[in-house]
Design a protein. Sequence first.
Lengths: 513, 343
Amino acid sequence: MCQVDEDYQEQLQQAEVPSVSKKCVKCKEAPAAVVIRAGDTFCRGCFKEYFIHKFRAMLGKNRVIFPGEKVLLAVSGGPSSCSMLSQVQEGLSQNAHKKLRFSPGIVFVDEGGAVGQSVEERQRTLAELQAVFKATGFPFHMVPLEQVLELPSSVLVTAPALSERPAGAYKAAVDRFIQSDSSSSVPPRQQEETSLPHVQESHRQLLQQLIGSAKTQTAREDLLNTLRQHLLVHTARTEGYSKLMLGDNCTRLAVKLLTSISLGRGAQLAQDTGFSDSRYGDTILVRPMRDYSAKEIAYYNRMFSVPSVFLPSLDTKTTDKSSIQRLTESFVTKLQADFPSTVSTIYRTSEKLQTACRSSSAADHWDRCLLCMCALDTAVEKASAFKATLISEQLSQTKSPGASSAELQRQNPAPVELESAAPSGDCCSSGGENCVKAASGGGCCSSAKVPETSDLKTLLCYSCKLTIKDMSSVERLPQYILSEAHRRQRRSQMREEISDFLLDDEDDGDQGD
Amino acid sequence: MPVLCSNCVDKRAVLKRPKTGHSLCKECFFWAFEEEVHQTIVAAQLFNPGEIVGIAASGGKDSTVLAHVMKLLNERYNYGLELMLLSVDEGISGYRDDSLETVKRNQQQYELPLKIVSYEELYGWTMDAIVKQVGLKNNCTFCGVFRRQALDRGAIMLKVDKICTGHNADDVAETVLMNVLRGDIARLRRCTAISTASEGEGVVPRCKPLKYAYEKEIVLYAYFKKLDYFSTECIYSPNAYRGHARTFLKDLESVRPSSIMDIIHSGENLSVREGVKMPVQGTCNRCGYISSQALCKSCVLLEGLNRGLPKLGIGKHHRLHGKILSQQPLTEKEERKLKSADF
C-alpha cells in the first residue's frame, strides 16, 4: 500500500491464516514453528539456519573485517546485542561451517549513573552481565559511563585510517590466513579476575549534573549517545581493537533514520545508519545486525535461549511525546502494525544514501563537528533552510545591542544568538590590540576561560548545535570536549591571521586570494 | 507587566512566533514575515523583472496569503512582475465550489485577472465521479496528478512564464517524511528544491516562495491582517497516507518547534549514492506531456477510469503501457486485478 514500486500479487487478495499443521516453506517437511513475514513459516532448524546465514552473509558481503583482526563487540545487555554476541560465538566455534576469523572482545558501558539507578542496582546488573560474558570466554571490559569525565581529547580527533587496503586484498588475506594457521584455533583467554569497577561519588554527581544540564529529553538522549560513542571508541583504541561492532537491528535503524531526519542530520544519515561508519578514521563502526527485524531477534532469543539482561534507559516508561526519539519510535511501530512493509522500506531507503563528504582528509579538524565527528553541514548557502533560520532570528530581534539586550534576556530565555552575542571578553579588556578579534573570547588570552555557548556553535554541525542550544550551560561538558574546543578555536584564529600568506590550502578551499 | 515586542521594544507584544519563540507586536510580525519571504525570493532568484507570474489560488489560507504577500512585495520592492490568479476546479461539491467563491472575492480585492480551469473540461471527469468509481482510498492520487497537469494547461492558456504555489514549510517537511516512508528516493532528492527545472516544452516552471514559512505563522498573518479565506479540509482527505506523516509532524512540532526547519535542512543535505537507478525525463507518447514512462500518469489514470478499471495507475503498470498505446485488449486476469476498488 502506498509504496512507489508496488506490485499487487495474488497473495494480497486472500488473507492466509497460518494454521498449526502448516509445513516449513523451506524444507517442506518439519512442522512450522514460527512465522516471519506474511506467508513465510519456518521450522526450528530452518529458522536457525536462516538466522545464522544472514549474519555471515552480512559480514561476508561487506568484506570490511579482515581475518585475524581484533573486533570489539559493544554489548548493552539488550536482545539485539546479546544475539550478536551469540552469533559471534556460534561463528567462531570449532564445528562451524566456514568459521569466522577474527578475535572478539566485549565491552559494556554502565550507564546506570545517567539513568538514575542506585549503586546496588548497578552492582547487581554488572554481576549478572559478568556471568554472561565469562561464559563466552572472550575478554571483556566493563566501563562505567563516568569514565567519560577522564577521556583524553584525542578521542575527538580523527586518526588517520589504517593502511589502505586495495580491493583484491580481502580475498588474498583470507587465503593467507587459511594457509597459515588453519590448525590452531584461538583458545579462549582466561580473563583475570577483575573486580567490578568502582565509581567515585564525585564522578557520579558530576555525570548526573552533566546529563541534568540538558533541559529537554531529546537533548539528553542525544548527549548520552554521543558520550557513549566516544567512550566506546576510546576503549577500542586503548585496548587495541580496530573494529567496533554495534548491535543495531533493522527496526532500531529505521527509527534512527527518521529521528536523524527530524533532528537535522540529513547530511550524516549514511554514517548514522549504514553498515560501516568511518568517521573516527582508525576505528570503524560496523553494524552486522542491521538486516534483522526486532521480531526475528526476539523469536531467536526465545527459541534458542540466548541470555539477555534488561537495563532501563533514559526513555524507559516515558510518555510518547517526551522526546523526538521516543515519538519516532512509537510512530514507526504503530505504522508498522498497519502497513507491515514500513520498516523494510525505510531500511531500503537508508541503503541508497551516501555521505555528502566534501573533504575526507583526516588532517583537518575544523571541517568536522566537535561532538559527532561528522563533516560540518553548516555552510551558509544563499537559499537554504539554515540561512532562513538565521534570517528569522535576526528579524525577530532588535539589532542594536546595549540597552535592549537587558530586555532580551528578560523576556526571551532563548540562548545567546550568533549575531547578537554581547562581547564577553572581560579578559580581553586589558589585553590590548591583539584581543580585538576575540569577540568570541578565550582565544589568545587565558586558556582556562570557559567558552560561551555561542563559541561552541561555530564548531558544531546543525543538529549538535540544537543539542547544545538546549543545554543550560556548557561548563558541565567533560573537560576533553572543552579543551578540544579551545584548541580548535585557537587554530582557527591563527589561520585567520595568516590566511593571506597560506598558499594552495586545499583543505580549506579558497582562502584569501 | 506586559511583555514588550522583542524587535521594536516599544509596543506591547501580541503574539509569540511559532518559528523562533520571540514575542512580537503586530507590525513587527508583519514586517518580519514579509521580509523573510522577500529574502527567500531574492536569495533563490525566483523571479526576473518583466515576467508574468501565475499564482495558484485555491481559496485556502496558503494561496490567499501568497497572493496578498506577492502583490505587496511586488509593489514594495519593484519586482516588475505581472501577477495573475490561476485556479483549478476539481468538481468536489460542498468543498471546491465554496472555495472558488473565495478566490473570486480575492480577485476583486487584489484586482488581479483570474482564470479557472476545471477537470470536467480538461478530462471529462469530476472528482465526485472519480471517487464513485475508485473508492475512498486512492483518490488523492488522481486529484493530485490531474491538478498538476491542469495547472500547467491553465498556465499555458494564460501565457504565464512561472507559476508560484502556496506550499509552506510544513508541506515540504511532510513531503520529505512521506517520501522516506514510501521509499521514493527519486522524489526525496527533488522535493526540497524551491523551484522546479525549467526546460522542456509544455512545462511551466513553478516555485514555492512560502517554502520557509510555518503554517501556523501563515494563519497568524492572515488572522491579524483580517484576510478572507476558506478553511475547510477536503472531504475526501481523512484516508490519505499523507495524514500519518502530517500527524507525526504536528507531534514533532509540539516537542521541538524547530523540527520543521530541521527536516527541511535534512532533506536539502541528503545525497544519494551513485549507481542508484533514477527515472529519466521524457515525454508521453499520447499527449506529449513530460513523463518518465512511455505514458504519462494522467493518461494511464484516465484510461483506467474510462475503461472502468480503477486500479490501473495505482501500482506497477509499466508492462501494460505498450498494450494501452496500441489499443490491445487486456487479458481477463489483468482486468480482474484492476477492477476491484476499495471502499
